[in-house]
Design a protein around this ligand. Structure first.
Ligand code: NAD
Length: 245
């Protein structure tokens, strides 16, 4: 039996990178997965890929900053799979620019996707779990939610917000059978890195390599499964040693 047999998981930003690697692992562990992404083409193709591998998967196109889209995701998840047990609240964007050159619109867009989106999906999951009797949320923060870094202030502010939002809602619902934790990845080899100089990121990482999305997926599985049954409000760091420096 898999670690998630019989569970239904919603994964935002599920069409790429960390979200997609986690969806694959969740399916291997017996979960039915709802892939949520703004990118319809990638999302549909990934749904097919998972189904071809024998998994139960549904893609729902949504923008995590849109309240109606969020409601629609939960409605479709319940219509297809009957319930929701796990939310991997993972969609995100990065903005790399010195602060004196950062337009307010880019600041707001980053905060909207990386923090508002996490709030909207977490709130919807909590409402659902209060009715169903419980569930799990894993929010994707970043090691940049724990330490500062030059050049990505909006992203870092949003991710620090995700870490303390996670702690706060974990406390609110700790005695309601709802566990809520954050994951804080270091530099992971996914499309979000764009044209960033990867050698610089490797050099800055004590283990002298980038992390793989599959290495984050394993930690997310831990937080989403009963293996972490006494954990709530934590921020689990998986960063090749970066924040230990
Ligand atoms: N890769 C890293 O180095 C790293 C490090 C720390 C944290 N993270 C975080 O991990 C998460 C996943 O990122 P990734 O590295 O897999 O990047 P990625 O770009 O491969 O995946 C992010 C996904 O989110 C989707 N997305 C973006 N905006 C959206 C929106 N408004 N609504 C719905 N979906 C949207 C994208 O279409 C994409 O499929 C992000 O929250 C990111 O900040 C990544």
């Amino acid at each position: 039996m898999g670690k998630l047999t019989g569970k239904v998981a919603i994964i935002t930003g599920g069409a790429s990178g960390i979200g997609a690697a986690t969806a694959k692992l969740f399916v291997e562990e017996g979960a039915k997965v709802v892939i949520v992404d703004v990118n319809e083409e990638k999302g549909k193709a990934f749904e097919e890929e998972l189904k071809n591998q024998g998994g139960e998967a549904l893609f729902v196109q949504a923008d995590v900053t849109n309240e109606e889209d969020v409601q629609n995701v939960f409605a479709k998840a319940k219509a297809s799979f009957g319930k929701v047990d796990i939310l991997f609240n993972n969609a995100g964007i990065g903005a790399v620019k010195p602060t004196d050159e950062l337009p307010f619109s880019e600041w707001r867009k980053t905060i909207a996707v990386d923090l508002d989106g996490v709030f909207l999906f977490a709130r919807a999951a909590i409402k659902e779990y209060l009715q169903s009797g419980g569930g799990v949320i894993v929010n994707t923060a970043s090691m940049y939610g724990l330490v500062g870094a030059a050049g990505s202030a909006a992203y870092n502010a949003a991710k620090a917000g995700v870490v303390n939002f996670t702690r706060s809602i974990a406390l609110e619902y700790a005695n309601r059978n709802i566990r809520i934790n954050a994951i804080c990845p270091g530099f992971i080899d996914t499309p979000i890195l764009g044209d960033t100089d990867r050698n610089g990121l490797i050099e800055a990482t004590p283990m002298k390599r980038l992390g793989k999305p599959e290495e984050i997926a394993k930690a997310v599985l831990f937080l989403a499964s009963d293996d972490s049954s006494f954990m709530t409000g934590s921020a689990l760091v998986v960063d090749g040693g970066y924040t230990a420096q």
